[in-house]
Design a protein around this ligand. Structure first.
Ligand code: FES
Length: 690
């Protein structure tokens, strides 16, 4: 069917793809020729209803198109029948059954009921074009004929080839004994789920249903060391049907990753126990999201997982011992394709599993997911992507070159190792401000609307109590203590301020800041010198890792920063920068992106091309092992200061008034204050030392 320059012009929205087609071309065919994805399960029989479109009427001067319902064939018998049986809104047409008669602007609806081609993720307003690895295909198979002794399964394959273009099909073994029953139950009409992930590999029939089957779902799951987060998604519409999370039950074997590796090393059944625990938790979470979304788990046909290297290995049943010591060898770094049944995850018996590749021994499939989601390699500008957890994963790069590393930040940012630290939960202080004149704090507590100095705070906060400081507030309190002059740039609490404020209290040779006295039954909340040290160590580890990558890239600044992970969602970029957790950058360019690893999993679930994209990118990413870099130690020492001993923070200084530099000896005795040296001078000092 060759189009001529006078043939009708058809524009598809929202993709904006356009082309000319001879009068009489079915709209679905035109869409396919242009690469516009319109779902079809029934193969154009007007029975699945997945191919719905809308004609936009009007004069689209910009496109030189006058579009009208008169330019498409009227509803025919097939559409009328579909409308009678299933209902078809007046504005909608089945694209398989409507022909082009004139110029048209066609809207491919993005609603969630049918045929949504995109999924919008509220956190990032992301659009993911769909091209999942699973395709549902309905066919009507010839009945058996004594004169043509081709088997039932073989005739099914013939029809899948004829109607859908599949040849050389594999069939999942568990279906072979079922084929005859299913064909007869469906009166020779069946729907096959075909897995066709890699172009180079043979497509595979993984599930079969009698008659027309119109449901296919997938799971996108991020296995975190603390939390497992899951989306249940319709593969036919891209709609997120339900999202949920659960704590990782492996916590009972060890809070952090290394203690879990140690558990495996010390206990003969340790690996099996942890693998079982995480798989069971995932299966339970599937039951939960299915109940929430009203979905039969048997309709889940594909699942994509991400996780840090140790979670990745334990989930796949691999001993992670090698990841606990240099050279941090991964058993498998490439993407893993496997079957859900082989790893004991309860969904359709033929369901597939895809796990994103790991970047390095300390930079896992979760970092690959975040990289796919945020796409530093798609940028012209230099993007820094950090995922802060007990191990910070750092990716820095642009279109030309991407580097990745991890840095051992420890659990301080999550509230562990901090005297009054706790996880973010009702009762935890989440925001803090300190008056630089009076050194009095005001704070906000999770579960209470008012700030502590506002009327009603006392009554409201009784409900939860005020129990500790969570991760985001730990960043703020240390930054505010610095901005108000309570601590020096070296992080030492200035004991001389005790004469000015009763909140500066002595503990032996060091000092603490009293944040809250605590009512009856509540703890006294202080920030000790040790707490500040723990935060300095954590932030210095992260910054030194970032700085190392910047030096390898040959850049002095980054253009944009993305904070992935739950922690990043709650910290204020300004305070993160005051602390020197991240390098100097325009504050408006620092963005929290939530669970970017999970978003990456979702992308790989909904579009198999994203799998190829991240597989290729991971091969290209240069891995830097911070522990092996001799220079790392010096960068770490420089980064202990607030914001940094040598690096200038000109953009931060323009946005926030940083205090003059003052020295305080380790036991809290203040020395002289000097104006802040910035910029070239700091750089020069560093260069001289190098
Ligand atoms: Fe199934 Fe049009 S393709 S109704």
């Amino acid at each position: 069917m060759n189009a001529s320059p006078t043939d009708p012009l058809v524009l598809f929205m929202p993709s904006g793809k356009r082309g000319r087609f001879p009068v009489g071309t079915p709209v679905l065919d035109a869409a396919r020729q242009l690469g516009v994805y319109i779902e079809s399960v029934c193969g154009g029989r007007a029975t699945c209803g997945r191919c719905q479109i809308e004609v936009q009427e009007g004069n689209f001067a910009k496109h030189k198109i006058v579009s009208s319902n008169d330019h498409i064939s009227p509803r025919g018998a097939k559409e009328e029948r579909y409308d009678r049986v299933r209902g078809l809104p007046e504005s909608r047409r089945l694209s398989c059954s409507s022909m082009i008669l004139g110029d048209l602007v066609i809207d491919v609806p993005q609603d969630t009921v049918v045929n949504a081609q995109v999924v919008r993720k509220s956190a990032s307003d992301r659009v993911i074009e769909r091209d999942p690895a699973i395709q549902l295909c309905y066919v009507e198979v010839d009945e058996p004929d004594m004169h043509k002794p081709l088997g039932d399964l073989d005739r099914l394959k013939v029809m899948l080839g004829k109607d859908w273009g599949f040849d050389n099909l594999l069939v999942s073994q568990h279906l072979i004994p079922e084929v005859q029953k299913i064909l007869r139950k469906g009166k020779w009409g069946v729907t096959a789920a075909i897995h066709r992930d890699l172009e180079a590999s043979r497509p595979n029939i993984i599930a079969l249903w009698p008659g027309l089957h119109n449901e296919a779902y997938g799971i996108a799951c991020d296995i975190g060391s603390t939390t497992i987060a899951m989306h249940l998604v319709s593969l036919l519409s891209g709609r997120i049907v339900a999202s949920s999370g659960t704590s990782n039950p492996q916590i009972r074997f060890g809070e952090d990753l290394m203690s879990r590796v140690s558990y495996v090393m010390m206990n003969p059944d340790g690996r099996e126990a942890m693998t079982k625990a995480v798989r069971d938790a995932i299966s339970d979470l599937i039951v939960k999201v299915c109940a929430e979304g009203g979905v039969d788990p048997d309709n889940i046909l594909d699942a994509v997982f991400v996780g840090n290297p140790i979670m990745h290995h334990l989930f796949l049943g691999i001993d992670p011992t090698e990841l606990g010591q240099a050279p941090f060898a991964l058993a498998v770094s490439g993407a893993v394709h496997t079957w859900a049944r082989d790893i004991g995850i309860k969904m359709n018996y033929g369901a597939r599993i895809y796990m994103l590749p790991c970047i390095a021994g300390h930079v896992g499939a979760d970092a690959a997911g975040a990289t796919l989601s945020e796409g530093p390699y798609r940028q012209d500008r230099m993007m820094l992507l950090v995922d802060v957890g007990t191990n910070a994963e750092i990716v820095l790069g642009n279109r030309q070159r991407v580097l990745a590393a991890s840095s051992p930040t420890g659990p301080a940012f999550e509230g562990a190792e901090i005297s009054s630290g706790q996880r973010a939960a009702p009762g935890a202080i989440e925001r803090i401000r300190i008056d630089p004149e009076t050194l009095e704090p005001r704070y906000k507590v999770i579960g209470t609307e008012q700030w502590s100095d506002e009327p009603g705070f006392d009554d409201e906060s009784w409900k939860t109590g005020v129990t500790g400081i969570c991760g985001s507030a730990i960043i703020e309190v240390v930054a505010e203590m610095y901005l108000s002059g309570i601590i020096s740039e070296d992080g030492v609490i200035d004991g001389s301020l005790a004469t000015r404020s009763p909140r500066i209290i002595q503990n032996g040779r060091t000092w603490s800041y009293l944040l809250r006295e605590g009512r009856q039954g509540e703890p006294r909340i202080t920030v000790t010198q040790n707490d500040i040290r723990a935060i300095q160590l954590a932030k210095a580890a992260l910054y030194a890792g970032v700085k190392l990558l910047m030096e390898k890239q040959g850049v002095e600044t980054v253009d944009t920063i993305r904070f992935a992970g739950a922690f990043g969602s709650f910290i204020d970029p300004k305070y993160a920068m005051v602390l020197g957790l991240i390098p100097d950058c325009d504050l408006s360019e620092v963005k929290a992106v939530g669970n970017a690893a999970g978003t990456g999993a979702l992308m790989a679930l909904l579009n198999r091309n994203h799998r190829r994209e991240i597989e290729a990118e991971v091969r290209r990413i240069e891995k830097i092992e911070t522990a092996l870099e001799p220079h790392f130690q010096q960068l770490f020492i420089d980064a202990m200061a607030l914001p940094n001993k040598v690096d200038p923070f000109p953009k931060l200084s323009a946005a926030v008034k940083l205090p003059p530099r003052k020295t305080v000896s380790a036991d809290g005795v203040a020395g002289d204050s000097t104006p802040r040296r910035r910029g070239r001078e700091g750089h020069a000092a560093r260069r001289a030392r190098e």
